[in-house]
Design a protein around this ligand. Structure first.
Ligand code: F0G
Length: 458
């Protein structure tokens, strides 16, 4: 008999988590105004709010923490991090920052000007924020397949080359660069194929434009290239990563994801003018050029995490867990963005709670129901997150309305995945009794989902 699959690590340290009663959760979520960002973490049993900064470091990373060089300038830990980044990506110039959005802020301060257009595949919220905040436009050129959650295609995160080419043909003079997010978080942690990265490069070259990768989950993307794309099965993850970055001029990185640390980020590039242009902003916003908002010990752990998480076994353990949860949901007929992505399951709320009108926020209602059912905290990636149209002030109901269950790396076991699947099934089984959603009682003018206050209807 073939041996079953199992994790490529064993557990050395544990952290207790606590279950609660439904009555307690009714009280806590009410006090949180039905917004899970306002819950105390200790009132959560299984926390799937994000996979960002919530990962478990390895013994070697913890050992690295003790070796951190906290020198203000020229720290050994910075040089080690820089050497690792250059070895993995081929990028020569490295600017450390305290997290991913800080890397965007530093680099975009140099690159993005008022009136610019930055085309890409579903820019992440902060990326979009840093573009729109500079009175420029983040133009979404994702393939249309990404909008149909039930369509099973291998690289649903791809850039649509036709949309990109059209943008460049019409607006080349106001496009400073093209951004490709790997994996595509907003589309469901969906990967971008190597073929697509090559096509983007070719179009960029035709118009003389640089390409930037938003690389938060680049290693997970490489895993999908290896396992889904023809010609890559026999290549190592490190070889694939090197080839991916050969099609880019630079990267911004949130190390809180694929470098498996709790805080950190960086910019890396081969363009000297980007480095020279951005470095002053690093000093201004983040810190001196050899720490950029990070501790020496954090840079040490980041370097080790990058090396470990560009190995196949570690990524396979990670992504097989997401696929395990997906399989359990399939057993119960619960619809989600197919196929399962790299870091999360995105449940299609309008299909799970068909009786909730969009004006009553189905995905937020499902988020609340799942918390009440089992103390599981997911996150709405839907109509509340989408904010209002800046001109009409109407809610934006044109995108998808999803509940994201983001799985932290190396934190929960498949028994936890079983609890999540069954809790969702119980909510799904009650779907005909769930007929009312929520209304907004108070909201901020921008980025409302962090602080919105809601009332339950019915
Ligand atoms: N780019 C992508 C694709 C992201 O997913 C994130 C963060 C960032 C940039 C910003 O990085 O948080 O280090 O400043 N995503 C988190 C999430 C918050 O929950 O998906 P950051």
């Amino acid at each position: 008999m073939e041996l079953p699959f199992a994790e490529s690590w064993k557990i050395k340290m544990v952290e207790p988590i606590r279950k609660s009663t439904r009555e307690e959760r009714e009280q806590w979520i009410k006090e949180a105004h039905y917004n899970v960002f306002q819950l105390k973490a200790e009132h959560v049993y299984i926390d799937l709010l994000t996979d960002s900064g919530t990962n478990a470091m390895s013994d070697r990373q913890w050992a690295g923490m003790m070796m951190g060089d906290e020198s203000y300038a020229g720290a050994r830990s910075f040089l080690k991090m820089k050497e690792t980044i250059t070895r993995l990506t081929g990028f020569e110039y490295v600017i450390p920052t305290h997290q991913g959005r800080a890397a965007e802020n530093v680099l975009f301060s140099y690159l993005v000007k008022e009136g610019n257009i930055v085309p890409g595949n579903s820019h992440f919220d902060t990326t979009k924020g840093h573009i729109e905040g500079r009175h420029a436009i983040a133009l979404d050129c994702t393939v249309d397949e990404a909008k149909n959650t039930q369509l099973e295609v291998p690289f649903k995160g791809n850039v649509d080359p036709k949309k990109l080419e059209k943008a460049l043909a019409e607006h080349s003079d106001i496009i400073p660069f093209i951004i490709v997010t790997v994996t595509n978080n907003t589309a469901g942690g969906q990967p971008v194929s190597m073929q697509n990265l090559k096509e983007v490069r070719a179009i960029a070259d035709k118009y003389g434009k640089p390409v930037l990768f938003d690389s938060a989950r680049f290693a997970e993307n490489a895993y999908f290239i290896k396992t889904r794309e023809e010609g890559y099965a026999d290549k190592t993850i490190k070889e694939i990563v090197k080839e991916m970055f050969s099609y880019a001029d630079g990267m911004t990185m949130s190390a809180k994801k694929d470098a498996v640390v709790n805080m950190g980020g960086f910019i890396a590039t081969n363009k000297k003018d980007w480095y020279e242009g951005a470095k002053g902003y690093c000093v201004q916003f983040e810190g001196y050029l050899t720490y950029g908002g990070m501790n020496g010990r954090d840079m040490e752990a980041l370097a080790i995490g990058l090396d470990e998480n560009t190995e196949f076994d570690n990524l396979e353990t990670r992504i097989k867990q997401i696929q395990y949860l997906a399989k359990r949901l399939d057993e119960f007929g619960i619809p989600y963005q197919r196929p399962a992505g790299g870091h999360a399951i995105f449940v299609d709320a309008s299909k799970v709670l068909p009786n909730i009108p969009k004006e009553e926020f189905p995905a937020q209602t499902l988020t609340i129901e799942l918390y009440l059912e089992a103390g599981i905290r997911g996150c709405e990636i839907g109509y509340i997150l989408a904010d209002r149209d800046p001109v009409t002030r109407e809610n934006r109901f044109n995108g998808l309305d999803l509940l994201r269950l983001a799985i932290p790396r190396r934190v929960y076991t498949n028994n936890h995945m079983d609890v999540i699947a069954v809790a969702l099934k119980n909510v799904f089984d009650r779907r005909n009794e769930i007929t009312r959603g929520v209304r907004i009682a108070w909201e901020a003018p921008l980025m409302r989902h962090f602080t919105v206050q809601l009332e339950r209807l019915g």
